[in-house]
Design a protein around this ligand. Structure first.
Ligand code: FMN
Ligand code: SF4
Length: 421
């Protein structure tokens, strides 16, 4: 089994919340080495050459994102995205709670790599315990001289601000997050300009996911070649996959990117006895389902796209033959309808229309004309919105609607079937 312990090393074995334990295991050595011995450009180069891609959902190459920052003399900001509100994703808050110093060390290395003196972390409001643990970690690191002015006797200084969100999925979208961090409503901004050019307080900004930044620590420790040697041709390194749904041992499993879908299910204990595999939603609530014919696909960015879905943030939800697809689709749509910030008409109205129609199907009161309407409304929502939330509404619904049409037909009002006959 390809379960690997990189970011997850020591979790469950040692009290990594304690800075002394973390340091005994080599913690903060890469931070000190970066500041003392490396230039920011060398850190950026290691990140780029490692092939690390963003673990927050879009999979954008991290080094390339950093290189977009203009050299215009303005202050730069590093913002760590710890909003993690994607249903099915539960890796970032595990890292935050179980190994907060690793998260902090990754943020600090990232900040240094982009040449910034002020880093921020935006923590989802509901992560109360994680927030308190992380605040403690920052206080310990500050007391140990790892944050602050003239670090390690150099002229490099850095501050870290911890910000607690107020509970909205849309605050995980990077520009919604930046607005929220600035004290405004957490509504996505029109892009361009992208955050690299005009982000936090209008300054050049990088927003990176918790897991993305945490991988900088082992990349510096073991070398970019080590990271680039794992994974597939274009999807390098390792990934924490949050396996959930109809498996016997749901949990976070760290594996080389490219581990086959079938193996991920087995790693998580496999299906329950007597149950039949139906589908996997491989990239969070925003992703389409993949099916039996995809079980031997490598779990990487390219293969998941080839299967008509995505790897996203690594939320991997398994469905067996006990699934009520109509209910699952309605619940997914209900989530998006509730979380839409309302700026774009297709997202705001489309989600609610679909929810109302699917409510009828859940109650066995679907109308034959609804089947066509579900398809039409779904295709009209996508591509017409300010942010990716709007485009995330239909993939799951349409994937199961197309695959299991009989389930939806079976929820029509009985007289609707008579009309057809
Ligand atoms: C609706 C929505 C919610 C998102 N939520 C998160 C989140 O909770 N955490 C995260 O890292 N990225 C989230 N993203 C992606 C971010 O916009 C952004 O791409 C990411 O933080 C960049 O980090 P990365 O390059 O390290 O992946 C979300 C995107 C959308 C559209
Ligand atoms: S797509 Fe939806 S969530 Fe995103 S900005 Fe538009 S209305 Fe808001």
């Amino acid at each position: 089994m390809p379960v690997t312990k990189v970011l997850t090393a020591g979790i469950g074995e040692a009290n990594l919340r304690d800075i002394n334990v973390y340091r005994e295991r080599g913690g903060y050595k890469q931070w000190e080495r970066a500041v003392r011995e490396m230039t920011p450009a060398a850190v950026m180069e290691a990140c780029d050459k490692s092939g690390l891609r963003g673990r927050g959902g879009a999979g954008f190459p991290t080094g390339r994102k950093w290189q977009f920052l203009p050299n215009n003399g303005k202050p730069r900001y590093m913002v760590c995205n710890c909003d993690e509100a994607e249903p099915g994703t539960f890796k970032d808050h595990m890292l935050l709670e179980e190994t907060p110093h690793l998260v902090l060390e990754g943020i600090l290395i990232g900040a240094y790599g982009i040449g910034c003196n002020h880093a921020f972390i935006y923590i989802r409001g509901e992560f109360k315990e994680g927030y308190e643990i992380f605040m403690q970690a920052v206080a310990e690191a500050r007391a140990a001289g790892l944050i602050g002015k003239n670090l390690f006797g150099t002229d490099y200084s850095v501050e870290v601000t911890v910000h607690r969100g107020a509970g909205a999925y849309i605050c995980g979208e990077e520009t919604g997050l930046l607005n929220s961090l600035e004290g405004k409503r957490g509504e996505p901004r029109l892009k361009p300009p992208f955050p690299a050019v005009a982000g936090l307080y209008g300054m050049p900004t990088v927003v990176n996911n918790v897991e993305t930044l945490a991988y900088l620590v082992p990349i510096l420790e073991r070398g970019w070649e080590w990271f680039a040697a794992a994974g597939t041709e274009r999807s390098k390194g390792y990934k924490i996959v949050s396996v959930a749904g109809h498996v016997q041992k749901p949990g976070n499993y760290e594996v080389p990117v490219g581990t086959p879908v079938r193996e991920l299910i087995e790693i998580a204990g496999g299906l329950f006895p007597g149950r039949k595999f139906m589908a996997v939603q491989p990239g969070g609530q925003s992703s389409a389902c993949i099916f039996e014919e995809h079980l031997d696909y490598p779990y990487d960015y390219e293969s998941m796209a080839k299967a008509g879905s995505m790897m996203g943030s690594g939320a991997f939800t398994v469905f067996d033959d006990t699934t009520d697809w109509v209910k699952a689709a309605r619940n997914s749509i209900r989530f998006y309808a509730h979380e839409s910030c309302g700026q774009c008409t297709p997202c705001r109205e489309g989600g609610h229309w679909l929810e109302r129609v699917l409510d009828r199907f859940v109650e066995g009161r679907g109308l034959r004309g609804d089947l066509d309407m579900i398809r039409r409304v779904s295709t009209t929502i996508t591509g017409l919105n300010l942010c990716a939330l709007g485009d995330s509404i239909e993939p799951f619904l349409m994937s199961v609607f197309n695959r299991f049409p009989e389930t939806f037909e079976s929820r029509l009002l009985p007289e609707e079937n008579l009309v057809k006959a």
